[in-house]
Design a protein around this ligand. Structure first.
Ligand SMILES: *Cc1c(COP(=O)(O)O)cnc(C)c1O
Length: 406
């Protein structure tokens, strides 16, 4: 049974939507695996993955099944009750990670909001009202609520909305001396992305995260890892902290967690979790049965040696081919990142032109992203098929070649 809709077009966006986005000139209408089709029937290969969200591509049969079964069972019941998908997903996340307790919400920003509020609450309860400072990294991204833009290290996202949340300091990323100089007994938390995503696909140095862990322990501060973008298999490990062997006190997840269905989660220990007692924090939709049922199916598939090994193998394939393309056309000489979160760092002649590269790529039929104006980012499905990788990178090379020829 198909519903007849009134025709709509891209121009309607400019007429009816708040102008905070600048979407592409075409409108995708359907997706399957790593391919999407627009209104005109044009097929595109998707290496953008809905900004590191569609971990299993589009309309993965196991996710469609989980969603439709749950849609015929129970959609929403509120946190006045618990529900079976929430209980199952929480148990599996606890079994799979350092965490002993999970708080569900609906987005990355909300997962971080919960993480930051928990860190402040713990410090307040244990040490009193003076210990509330948060140290975060320059160029970091943690979401768009007022607290999360205040913690995020990009003034372009936090300026102009009135007073920011106080008590937040920003230090250069991967600079342990700067962190050491900034931390004090007033610090309640150090917040880091193990791979800076929006900031340019910049992985942490192992020694930096180890040093941050030690400094937090010395100063009774909590280490918070924002794994909204780096988590759920993207790095080739379930979470990137596992790659580094550095365990946080609090971890935030979202994006790939729902594979395209909105969900976020904050993971922590029992000792810390108890500071969010009944009534201290909450959300209407958090732990929604539809979201948790889909996320459980994502976790079941992603957290297998087969998929995680696959991410590492595909990563090598992407890196080698991208490096060859970058060198052949003199556009980039460095491809950084982990697993299937990769960034081509544009060289001086192309600096600031990531948007032009992604527009050219879309024109050739492949979707890629930018991460800052200087980095072209790839965040494809973790199970992207061989034929799509080859075809998509051929298309990307054609786009780069055309751009380079002017
Ligand atoms: C995308 C992102 C967020 C924000 O997630 P939303 O779901 O957009 O609120 C937070 N942190 C990181 C590292 C992200 O990449």
């Amino acid at each position: 049974m198909s519903v007849q809709h009134d025709p709509v077009q891209r121009a309607d966006f400019d007429q009816y939507l708040v102008p905070n986005y600048a979407p592409a000139a075409f409108v995708p209408v359907r997706g399957l695996g790593s391919r999407v089709w627009d209104q005109s029937g044009r097929e595109l290969i998707d290496f953008a993955g809905g900004i590191a969200v569609n971990a299993l591509g589009h309309c993965h049969p196991a996710l469609v099944k989980a969603l439709t079964e749950q849609a015929n069972t129970l959609w929403h019941i509120s946190n006045v009750f618990t529900n079976e998908p929430t209980l199952r997903l929480a148990h599996k996340l606890v079994d799979a990670t350092f965490a002993e307790r999970v708080f569900f919400c609906n987005s990355g920003a909300e997962a971080n909001e919960a993480a930051f509020k928990l860190a402040r609450r713990v410090a307040h309860d244990r040490f009193g009202p003076e210990k509330y400072e948060i140290i975060a990294a320059l160029n970091s991204f943690h979401g768009r609520t007022l607290f999360t833009v205040s913690v995020g290290g990009q003034p372009k996202y936090s300026d102009g909305f009135g007073p920011k949340i106080e008590g937040i300091t920003h230090v250069p990323y991967n600079d342990l001396d700067a962190l050491k100089a900034a931390i004090s007994d007033k610090t309640c938390a150090v917040v880091l992305e193990p791979i800076q995503g929006e900031g340019g696909v910049l992985p942490a140095d192992k020694a930096y995260l180890e040093g941050a862990r030690a400094l937090c322990d010395q100063h009774n501060a909590l280490l918070v890892f924002d794994e909204v973008q780096s988590g759920m298999g993207r790095s080739g490990e379930l979470f990137t902290y596992m790659h580094y062997g550095v365990t946080p006190d609090i971890l935030s997840s979202a994006k790939s967690l729902g594979g395209g269905f909105p969900i976020g989660a904050m993971l922590t220990t029992t000792e810390l979790a108890k500071h969010l007692a009944v009534g201290t924090h909450g959300t209407t939709y958090g732990g929604n049965p539809l979201a948790c049922a889909v996320a459980e199916a994502v976790l079941d598939i992603v957290n297998t040696p087969e998929v995680l090994q696959g991410v590492k193998a595909k990563s090598e394939q992407f890196k080698q081919r991208l490096l060859a393309i970058g060198e052949r056309y003199g556009m980039f000489a460095e491809v950084r990142g982990l697993g299937l979160l990769l960034g081509c760092v544009l060289n001086d002649a192309w600096k600031g032109k990531a948007k032009a590269v992604l527009d050219a790529a879309a024109a050739e039929g492949v979707l890629v992203l930018q991460a800052s104006p200087d980095v072209v980012r790839f965040a494809p499905s973790l199970v992207v098929e061989e034929a799509d990788i080859v075809d998509g990178l051929d298309r990307f090379e054609r786009a780069v070649a055309k751009l380079a020829q002017g």
